[in-house]
Design a protein. Sequence first.
Length: 134
Amino acid sequence: MCGIADALELIGERWSLLVLRELALGATRFNDIRHNTGAPRETLTARLRALEDAGVIARRQYSAHPPRDEYLLTGAGQALVPVLRSLRKWGEQYATPLLRDQRQPPLAASGRPAWKEPAIAVVTSDRPSAPARL
């Protein structure tokens, strides 16, 4: 078998990778992950379960009333942080310029393209965390 194919079977779906990115950056709660990724609720629930079943993340209850869980990277998940970092660097170097060239830029008042870089917001929780540097 091929290790790349096996890895993609477990984590190779778009929403799974974005969930892992968020956990690595310190967002551990469902609503924070959902907000930061834009994933539909049902899709996010399914991806979190699949990643937990695969041993890449672990679920831990942080509130009993009402019952609330947070998600954390396991050792296997933490081992993916350098992979995510490399994927981000590759994306910035190759994918972003290619996709930017294929999109129609918005026009400024001058009639010229007006590219705006997206703002990246990191949601912090009420407990200290040590987000990774992606």
